[in-house]
Design a protein around this ligand. Structure first.
Ligand code: ADP
Ligand code: MG
Length: 710
């Protein structure tokens, strides 16, 4: 980086140690560079004027031109305030200040013409301005200020210490000229030309002090592009390096296990999408590189089977495979499903989780090390050091984003040659996010559900219609169906979840109350209700889950422990209590627990009457569509990318100016252009790309080559 950019912010004229401390604390601005990248979040067009008679509450801000009235100090002590007014041809509006009276008295000139800028308030039917910005019309006209005025993020503390948006702007107006000639170009000449010829330096100048709307738009586009371009370039470069340096096991054969299973054991035809993805996987594993593939498929699209077929290919080539699931219940279920699929085949499958008994664990670990176990299924427990493989060739990871980066990296250590990695996620990721997050992975999409599935009918019911809902459940149960009732219980001691749930979660008591009221409404011996939550011991959980699976209970009252992957085809009704407390992707996951059998399935979203806008939008989206990708896009719009993926392990690069929702097209273009450049000049040796190469080196400094992958 250019040295001047690393200058501590306190040395900028007008800052000093105290304000610097404040800027560091409140805005994380430590250096000149940080200030330069502190972009305005909007602009106000100060060439547009309002008249006093036009004021209304819809206006976020109004700009008036008029004559300042006399200054008066009113009230006593706490209620003391300075008042005045502004008069234009259409009327007069009162002004009031609760602070700074002495300074204002000294500097304001009643009787002169002023430009006023501020937010109109309505009080007792009359409009007024509190603490408006005022500038003498004569000064304003000298055109020292841009007409398009940037507005910067500020905080109460900053404003109180005189570092509000306008003061920040002044700092930037000091800084930007200082940096003249010190902001080297980062793009190559043809990209700059493609961006309308806006140099980097010009872009910063315009963004912090725009001359006009056209120049501003071009500057913003240039800076957004640059941000997205280098993220893509970095990802693509990492992928390139990986392909160049990491040799993978070559799975040349598709042999007996795969064929025997495919021909004799598969109870149904694969969907077209499943076939396509299996083909992609086969190709990856046969080429000599290491597979790093993400398979996205909506709930119920049949990802397990795709994973199993990949594991059989590994076996045909003499390698072991591991299948990791995020929860114990899910691991058990995968084990059961896969064991059933493989019945009668000479494939040894074992389950290893945190609750595997010691003696059993020892046996499994010994067999695994001896190469006698072909597929091992389990949870995080599989990552422990004592889990040693004989010849690990493939890792299938279900529900990817629940695994931390570090955890995934531990898998690499378990084989001489890095295993192929297949990541499966049922939470469709919006296109833009996938490109940014997994730009270095290959992706496959299973975009087709097995035939014969009936779309789930989703309705929204208020707590008042509880009786009608119970009546409906009774009908369905009497037809032989089973019902899930899910509560948004937040586990104690899970601060991440607590903070995300905002208002705080429900208590275990809500769940047990729900269970009791269900048990009263659906009493023994005619009906049976079971309960499942994360704090039960494993044996009880297993017992309850098994009872429900076997159809011995009609209703399962549960927390989100049943969220992922649980498969009970006869369960056709999903009731979600306090649906407003769930995120969209979680609602979609939960709904995916039904609709797995031949019967028409239902999802009933229960909520109170009062809903916030976002909660309402989430529920409406669920009612409108079953399409996981559409739901993911909406989720991204509502929550923003950080929240969507969970902040800690999201791996989403911080975007300062670009926006993954609004700038889809630009992102697409940035990726295409980055690809094209790397295609022509893989090592960025061409002098034309010198800028790009230098900037990339700076940005990737300190990043491990395969930092984020599996
Ligand atoms: P998910 O993608 O949500 O993990 P699963 O792998 O659990 O989906 O599959 C959902 C259900 O669909 C399972 O019962 C599975 O056996 C069944 N299934 C998978 N593929 C097909 C297919 N091609 N035809 C019919 N049923 C299928
Ligand atoms: Mg699954």
């Amino acid at each position: 980086m250019v040295a001047i950019l690393e200058t501590p912010i306190e040395f900028l004229k007008g800052v000093g140690p105290q304000r610097a401390a404040l800027l560091r604390m409140e805005l994380n601005i430590h250096t000149y560079a940080d200030l330069l990248l502190h972009y305005p979040f909007r602009y106000v067009d100060r060439s547009v004027f309002h008249r006093v008679s036009e004021l209304n509450e819809e206006l976020p801000n109004a700009q008036l031109r008029g004559v300042l009235g006399p200054l008066r100090t009113l009230g006593e002590k706490q209620g003391r305030r300075l008042t005045s007014s502004l008069t234009d041809a259409s009327g007069t509006v009162p002004l009031v200040w609760f602070k700074g009276a002495r300074w204002l008295h000294a500097s304001l000139k009643p009787g002169q013409e002023y430009i006023l800028f501020g937010k109109p308030n309505k009080f007792n039917g009359q409009y007024s301005f509190a603490h408006p910005e005022l500038e003498l019309a004569a000064t304003w006209e000298q055109g020292l200020d841009a007409r398009l005025q940037p507005v910067y993020n500020t905080t109460e503390k900053l404003t109180a210490k005189g570092l509000g948006s306008r003061a920040q702007w002044n700092l930037l107006k000091t800084l930007v000229p200082l940096l003249q000639g010190q902001l080297p170009e980062t793009l190559n000449p043809s990209l700059v030309q493609w961006l309308g010829g806006v140099s980097r330096e010009e872009a910063f100048r315009q963004v912090h002090a725009p001359q006009d709307q056209l120049k501003l738009d071009a500057a913003i586009k240039r800076l957004k592009f640059e941000e997205l371009f280098f993220i893509q370039l970095l990802l693509l470069k990492q992928k390139q390096e990986l392909q160049k340096h990491v040799r993978g096991n070559v799975f040349r054969h598709v042999g007996d296990h795969f064929n025997q299973f495919y021909n004799d054991h598969l109870p149904f035809e694969l969907t077209g999408a499943q076939k396509r993805v299996v083909k992609e996987i086969r190709k990856d594993m046969a080429t000599g590189g290491q597979m790093n593939r993400l398979v996205q498929g909506d709930v119920g699209s049949g990802k397990t089977l795709v994973g199993l077929l990949a594991m059989l290919i590994a076996l045909d080539n003499g390698f072991q495979s591991v299948l990791m699931a995020p929860t114990e219940i899910l691991a058990q279920q995968h084990f059961a499903t896969i064991s059933r699929f493989l019945e009668g085949m000479p494939v040894v499958v074992r389950l290893l989780t945190g609750s595997t008994k010691t003696a059993e664990r020892k046996r499994i670990l010994a067999a695994l090390q001896a190469g006698e176990v072909h597929l091992i299924i389990g949870t995080h427990a599989l990552l422990e050091d004592r889990v040693v493989f004989n010849k690990l060739g493939l890792a299938v990871i279900d529900e990817q984003h629940r695994f931390g980066v570090a955890q995934r990296a531990r898998l690499w250590a378990k084989a001489a040659v890095p295993p192929h990695v297949l990541v499966m996620t049922a939470t469709p990721i919006p296109r833009t996010l996938a490109m940014t997050l997994y730009g270095d992975l290959d992706t496959s999409v299973i975009d087709e559900l097995p035939p014969g599935r009936k779309p789930i009918r989703t309705v929204h019911r208020s707590d008042h219609s509880r009786n009608a809902v119970f009546g409906f459940l009774e009908e369905e149960i009497n037809k032989g169906r089973q019902v899930y009732v899910v509560y948004p219980l937040i586990e104690e001691g899970d601060p991440a979840k607590m903070s995300r749930s905002g208002a705080g979660g429900l208590e275990l008591k809500d769940l047990t109350d729900g269970f009791e009221s269900m048990s009263r409404r659906f009493p023994l011996p005619k009906y049976a209700v079971s309960m499942l939550h994360g704090r039960m011991d494993q044996a009880t959980k297993d017992y309850e889950m098994a009872r429900f699976k076997k159809g011995e209970t009609n209703i399962l009252v549960a927390t989100t422990v049943i969220e992922v992957g649980v498969d009970v085809p006869n369960a056709s009704v999903m009731v979600i209590e306090n649906a407003e407390r769930f995120g969209l992707s979680q609602l979609h996951q939960l709904r995916g627990r039904v609709g797995r059998g031949a019967e028409q399935s239902f999802c009933i979203l229960m909520s109170g009457d009062k809903l916030g806008n976002d909660a309402r939008a989430r529920i409406e989206t669920m009612v409108r569509t079953n399409d996981g990708f559409e739901i993911a896009e909406t989720d991204l719009r509502l929550r923003g990318p950080g929240d969507l993926m969970g902040t800690q392990q999201s791996g989403i690069p911080e975007l300062r100016i670009a926006d993954l929702v609004a700038d889809v097209d630009l992102l697409q273009q940035a990726r295409q252009l980055a690809l094209r450049i790397l295609d022509k000049d893989p090592d960025l040796n061409d002098p034309e790309n010198a800028n790009i190469s230098r900037e990339l080196a700076e940005r990737s400094a300190g990043r491990p080559v395969w930092g984020r992958i599996s």
